[in-house]
Design a protein around this ligand. Sequence first.
Ligand code: GAP
Length: 454
Amino acid sequence: MNQKESKALKSLKPPKDDRMEKLVSLCKRRGYVFPSSEIYGGLNSCWDYGPLGAELKRNIKNHWWNEMTCRRNDIEGIDAAILMSPRVWEASGHIEHFTDPMIDCKTCKGRFRADHLDSSRCLRKPSKTPHECGGELTEARQFNLMFKTFMGAVEDESATIFLRPETAQGIYVNFLNVKNSSRQKIPFGIAQIGKAFRNEITPGNFIFRTREFEQMEMQYFVHPSEDQKWFDYWREQRWAYYLSLGIKESSLRWHEHGPNELAHYAKAAYDIEFEFPFGWQELEGVHNRTDFDLGCHSKFSGKDLRYFDERFTEKFLPYIIETSAGADRSLLAVLVNGYDELEIKGETRVFLRISPKLAPIKAAIFPLVKKDGMPEAALKLHSDLKKKFKVFYDHAGAIGRRYARMDEAGTPYCITIDGQTLEDQTVTVRDRDTMENPRMSINSVADFLTEKVS
Ligand code: GAP
């Protein structure tokens, strides 16, 4: 190949995808996500949500909770303890089966998931995979992902308990309690949001795979003869849910688990995947768990978990259709989906196009200048709006700079009080995405925001 051809080929190469680096940096700068225990050098793959991140995560969880519980008559919410009887994990199969194959490299001392070798990096030669670097690899061995700790003062086998690796089990062990107290009839569901812990061998990709994370899980109890119908129903619902977060449909796809991928409890499973900068990856799983879970808990606890009401001729163990989403992964998908850059007057400007209903700050309120009664009017509006919305007041710097800071923070609206406001009680409301800046009556701003964020 001559020099000219090689140059032409180079120009055909796609530009380096550095969106993750830029996003991680933006998250730190704007207060979305910080490295955990940063002043002590951080802790591998542990992250803290800052002021905007905590707000965004809360909005995502609230949206899920509203969709799954408040707007439905057939799903109840619970909040079970993280620490559960160790018998739960025997019954569920996690002690026996919740393992990943692990390989050690005797040369670089790295530990890798045997099934992720192609995407892992040698610790000594990060440009190479553990296959390529020439290091001596051990045979794969199974590694249980549950974190162990001790309950009480004595640290022995009998005091061993586990941090839950999924929230689902808290739902199964409360099946009878919820059914009896809520008087729900099959089909019905139980939903829960909470922390889960997995001692992942290769955490990484920012908040995508961590050892402490939050799940949003719903277990729907159905008659065994109707499992396929409800499985299809929940697949449809969950797809629509991600669109309702403002995620582009072209960034979503289904992945059906083949026989070798199915978890020990599942008869059928589909993942909803999102196209992250590091590739297509799972956001949520929809599983047909059959009567595996209630069957195991009946056997291990000795309690009859079968269901009966007058519509059926005999008692039966309900099948479970599970929808299991990660709050942290949803948040990362919302950030990736919203990240945008524009060249404006020779400057690269960053926009986080997060839907108004999820945006951490709904509106920023600016006096155009710091005089002539504008700050007072802006503070009055801020004080009125903050009773209903998360809003932000800022009078520092040129108005263009203030807009730019809010665009990068993901704030959908910027409301400016100017000279005209004091004459006719109107304000400008700038839209982050269209950059249009219409005037409206100061009294209609609250209704405008209500409509946009609901
Ligand atoms: N109860 C079923 C269950 O836990 P899973 O596919 O292992 O199924 C469900 O997990 C969801 O939990 C995943 O789709 C993902 O969003 C989230 N998740 C799982 N492991 C995670 C990790 N290490 N870090 C962040 N999120 C995780």
